[in-house]
Design a protein around this ligand. Structure first.
Ligand SMILES: NC(=O)c1ccc[n+]([C@@H]2O[C@H](COP(=O)([O-])OP(=O)(O)OC[C@H]3O[C@@H](n4cnc5c(N)ncnc54)[C@H](OP(=O)(O)O)[C@@H]3O)[C@@H](O)[C@H]2O)c1
Length: 236
């Protein structure tokens, strides 16, 4: 895919983690790490974005709708001339996505979800999804820089990334996140095979580089930390 002349979207990576660094447990029922007030804070962040992206495993495991629930926020977006809901995006290599998942059926009246995949995945998805989504192949692999270039051509200025582990890891390793919002929930998961915030990777600057912390907010029993991952702690 060709590079874009337009600026890439501003990327906000938002995640809820346990105190011991996990983003889920091993129990099949969905684990909610945050509290209600923090979910509302996340919805405010979503409302300010144009698009929201998840990985295929999060879609398969959590079956999220990824909508804005508040009527007031939907109305405010419309009044500002924006689509009420965000452009939904999923990334898959396998193309193994269930057309019955809620992702395809809520908040999609104005725009169908985008699916970034490989040539192999695209072949499978055209049959499997029909008109439910817009399938975009990025070639043999999905490179996140190319994905952002493609989004800039689709009028996406601000992108919210909401997991899971493999997506966080790839985006941070490639140095593509402009903001990192970490909601730390007062839980200890303690299960070795549970998904962590990130997998081991060669992150920019290595293990001694400190990111710039711009804000810490307490929301009930959750601490929300905001970092600028592209900036060193002593550079601002
Ligand atoms: N606490 C939180 O804030 C939070 C938020 C979101 C998710 N989660 C949790 O995160 C867990 C899932 O994390 P995960 O790492 O297993 O899954 P994930 O990151 O959601 O999705 C992984 C899948 O995305 C696709 N993918 C990722 N990078 C790709 C690339 N470069 N090219 C092509 N496809 C790519 C692949 O799909 P295919 O397998 O289809 O090829 C891969 O298997 C779940 O337990 C979920 O509950 C937690």
């Amino acid at each position: 895919m060709e590079g874009s002349e337009l600026p890439r979207p501003y990327v906000v990576l938002s995640v809820a983690v346990s105190v011991d660094g996990y983003i889920d447990d091993m129990v099949p029922e969905r684990l909610y790490l945050s509290n209600e007030a923090d979910f509302d804070r996340v919805e405010v962040e979503r409302t300010a974005c144009d698009a929201i992206l998840i990985g295929a495993e999060t879609l398969r495991r959590d079956n999220p709708r990824l909508i804005i629930k508040s009527e007031e926020r939907l109305a405010a977006r419309k009044a500002a001339g924006k689509p009420a809901h965000l452009q939904k995006i999923v990334v898959t290599g396998s193309g193994n996505l269930d057309p019955a998942a809620r992702f395809w059926h809520y908040g999609v009246e104005e725009r169908r979800p985008l699916v970034y995949t490989t040539d192999t995945g695209a072949e499978k998805l055209h049959d499997r999804l029909g008109d439910l989504g817009i399938v975009v192949s990025l070639g043999e692999t999905v490179d996140f820089g190319s994905l952002l270039d493609d989004l800039s051509n689709r009028d996406i200025g601000r992108l919210m990334i909401e997991g899971g582990t493999s997506i966080h890891t790839a985006v941070l390793e490639a140095g593509l996140a402009d903001e990192l919002h970490l909601a730390v929930a007062p839980l200890l998961i303690g299960q070795a095979d549970a998904p962590r915030f990130v997998d081991p990777a060669a992150f920019p600057g290595g293990s001694r580089r400190r990111m710039h912390l711009v804000d810490v907010t307490q929301i009930g029993d959750v601490a929300v930390l905001r970092y600028l991952p592209k900036a060193d702690s002593d550079s601002i």
